[in-house]
Design a binder for this molecule. Structure first.
Ligand SMILES: *Cc1c(COP(=O)(O)O)cnc(C)c1O
Length: 505
């Protein structure tokens, strides 16, 4: 499938021909690849063809993709935010993006300026102007451009690069050109006055030629490169989501979703209604009937213990619940996709394994997909989990290993912290004090490792260990006490137990 490669070639050819025909230098028109709702695998394909500018519209979805690609070493991509900006998303945008093209009001400018991290270059911004004058469209009105320009000038961490506009849909060629030209005029005026201004972002798949003829310096193309969008992350808002079981993990995931989305279409079921008060207080429906909760649901989180999951799914199946169009996300450890499939007759199944730091947004969430889960559903799943921490996708056997290391991991880390604290107490330091210091030692060490990705953990350890010194003697004891073997046994015991569970269900 060389579609993206082929599409890009066609677009570049089109830009070249159109620009030349209008007497413009083709290199004066940049291509922004609009990858919103598309998976990072597609971004990588366009990257392989030399594309470095990508546009995204949904802050949460985009930040995930950006982080994921940075982790994989794609560090020279310029990320453009082109969607409507909600006030509560400005921090995500200020942290992850290089350019914001959809700046349309002063409060957003102020927030982006405040929230742009000090270690990053000033955030480049374009003012989005509502060139079609449609009420429902975002963008600043022509009357407000000047005061927004002045506000931006007061923001040291913002740099005004130009203007962006979106033409009316399905308008005639002439009407589109007229709308584009009105912004070209503004662009030319301000370009005289402000040095940094060099970008006029006009043109999408449908009106690329018109935009180039008017003088666009950047066209934003999605559909013609990546194909039709079948899903938008904002569609989360339209999904009915149910939780079967209202325990710890359900609460954690529910709270994560509630941070970004309305809870009005969420239902939680559990045998003891009084234990579901938290969900009700947060705006969700609660019920004791799993069947009731499942009927209308588009997405079902299975949050019951593996020991009772079989009977819960049998109950639903016997009640005639059809899972074909429902996305089922199971948190039950040791309960394989194949077992879930037997009980639901569906392949739209996802297994997830979050660890407890997910409660504060710092979780590791291992994810494994069933065969029929499509890209849109994967994006939806990531979007639902995004406030819990980082998701890592892999096979089911990876899921078990990550479960042992990161799922059980916090318990091992707490055990280690207990030992360090106990030693402090043994030598007379107050429990409260040593605990605070041990917390910071772990947090600091993890952060140091994260900051120095190019150093191996061994070299970081050696940097603390001068030969014959105190740490050196300490580590010698860890080795003598068979630390390595202890850890090997620890992880193996977890995996063995998982295998036993898998046989049971
Ligand atoms: C989605 C989007 C595009 C891309 O539109 P296509 O028609 O898919 O090329 C361009 N600009 C903005 C602001 C968008 O939201």
């Amino acid at each position: 499938m060389d579609n993206i490669k082929y599409n890009l070639k066609k677009i570049h050819d089109n830009i070249n021909t159109t620009a030349t025909k209008c007497g413009r230098n083709p290199s004066s028109v940049n291509l922004l690849c609009v990858s919103k709702t598309k998976p990072s695998s597609m971004i990588k394909e366009a990257y392989a063809q030399g594309e470095r500018h990508f546009g995204e519209s949904y802050a949460v979805e985009a930040s995930n993709k950006i982080e994921e690609l940075k982790q994989e070493g794609f560090n020279d991509i310029k990320w453009h935010f082109i969607g409507p900006i909600q006030k509560n998303k400005t921090k995500l945008i200020a942290t992850h993006f290089d350019i914001v093209e959809s700046l349309d009001r002063e409060i957003i400018a102020t927030r982006l300026n405040e929230q742009r991290p000090d270690n990053l270059q000033p955030l480049e911004v374009l003012i989005e102007v509502n060139i079609s004058n449609e009420q429902q469209k975002s963008g600043c009105s022509f009357d407000n451009i000047e005061s927004l320009v002045n506000t931006i000038a007061q923001c040291p961490k913002l740099k005004l690069k130009g203007f962006m506009g979106i033409a009316r849909e399905n308008a005639t060629k002439d009407a589109i050109i007229k709308e584009f030209a009105s912004l070209k005029k503004i662009f030319d005026e301000y370009k005289q006055k402000i040095n940094s201004i060099d970008t006029l972002s006009l043109g999408m798949t449908a009106d690329l030629d018109e935009a180039i003829s008017v003088g666009s310096t950047e066209v934003r193309i999605g559909t013609a490169i990546f194909g039709q969008r079948t899903y938008s992350a904002s569609a989360v808002a339209n999904k009915y989501i149910s939780f079967i079981g209202g325990g710890n993990m359900s609460t954690c995931i529910f709270d994560g979703i509630a941070k970004s989305y309305s809870t009005a279409k969420i239902t939680v079921s559990g045998p003891h209604i009084e234990k579901l008060q938290h969900f009700k207080d947060a705006g969700a429906f609660i019920t004791t009937s799993n069947i009731e909760a499942t009927k209308k649901a588009d997405v079902i989180f299975l949050g019951v213990k593996p020991q009772i999951l079989t009977s819960v799914l049998e109950e639903l199946s016997n009640a005639g619940i059809d899972f074909t169009n429902k996305l089922v996300i199971s948190m039950a450890a040791g309960f394989k996709l194949s077992s879930l499939n037997k009980l639901t007759h569906s392949q739209k199944l996802i297994r997830i394994m979050p660890n407890t730091p997910a409660k504060i947004g710092l979780g590791v969430i291992a994810v494994s997909y069933g065969e029929n889960v499509n890209d849109n559903e994967k994006i939806l799943c990531r979007e639902l989990l995004t406030n819990l921490g980082k998701t890592f996708e892999g096979s089911e056997s990876d899921l078990n290993v990550i479960g042992a290391i990161c799922g059980s991991g916090p318990a091992f880390v707490f055990r280690f912290m207990e030992s360090l604290c106990n030693e402090g107490i043994r030598y007379g330091i107050k429990e409260k004090d040593i605990r605070a210091m041990v917390e910071l030692t772990l947090q600091g060490s993890a952060a140091l490792a994260k900051e120095n990705k190019n150093s191996s953990l061994q070299s970081l350890r050696e940097a603390v260990t001068s030969k014959g010194g105190t740490t050196y003697e300490g580590l010698k004891q860890m080795t003598a006490g068979n630390f390595e073997q202890t850890m090997e046994n620890t992880i193996k015991a977890c995996l063995d137990r998982t295998a036993e569970f898998e046989k049971l269900f």
